[in-house]
Design a protein around this ligand. Structure first.
Ligand code: IMP
Length: 200
């Protein structure tokens, strides 16, 4: 029997995150629509100091403007040698309009000279869900180390320099299936998917 599909808005302008969210929720009863499917609205400034506050704010804005149940991802890379930086500022680490390459270059400069055991790091993702009577969030964490030079060409952002303990390779060397299975985003979406399944 064919089950009906419902829509969920992914409130992000980051096409790489959107691609991964769609891959991870593929096969569920939910169709992931994006901000491109709606008239533009002013995005929240993302100036909170925690991933939770930023993710909740983005999800609330999306739901308020579209009336569609909305998920939002706020994520970042915490490097122990840098006392947890870039963390919540990962997207704009090297400046307001920094590219992924600019951010990775700065990270490699800042961690230059650190020994392997000092290069521990983790990706953290908070995924918020806001809808009628729903306001929840989940966190996913993925541990690894920052290597000295880029390896691999898949993924996005800091993936080429993040060597995953679980995969034994960088996220940029992994297939999208493998990355999504162990990634911070994949982990955070497990709890959210369970709630979505109960709603269908
Ligand atoms: P924000 O959540 O929009 O504030 O941005 C998060 C930033 O963290 C992205 O722009 C990337 O630089 C980085 N990031 C988040 N998730 C990943 C990932 O899965 N791989 C590589 N970089 C990531």
């Amino acid at each position: 029997m064919k089950r009906s599909t419902r829509q969920i808005l992914a409130a992000t302008n980051n096409t790489d995150k959107l691609r991964e969210i769609r891959q991870i929720l593929n096969g569920s009863d939910w169709e992931v629509v994006s901000l491109n499917d709606f008239p533009p609205y002013p995005e929240p400034p993302e100036n909170a100091e925690t991933l939770v506050e930023n993710a909740l704010e983005k999800a609330r804005e999306g739901y308020q403007h579209t009336g569609i149940i909305t998920l939002a991802d706020d994520s970042g890379l915490e490097v122990d040698y840098l006392n947890g930086r870039p963390g919540v500022h990962s997207a704009r680490y090297a400046g307001e309009n920094a590219s992924y390459d600019d951010n990775v270059d700065l990270l490699l400069r800042e961690i230059d000279g650190a020994q392997e055991n000092e290069r521990t790091a983790r990706f953290r993702c908070v995924m918020a869900l806001v809808g009628a009577g729903i306001e929840q969030w989940w966190e996913g964490v993925s541990e690894g180390i920052i290597i000295e030079t880029r390896k691999g060409s898949s993924g996005f952002g800091y993936d080429p320099v993040f060597w995953s303990h679980e995969l034994g390779k960088t996220f940029a060397e992994a297939s999208s299936e493998d990355k999504n299975r162990v990634s911070h985003r994949g982990q955070a979406l497990i709890g959210l998917s369970n709630v979505l399944n109960e709603l269908t």
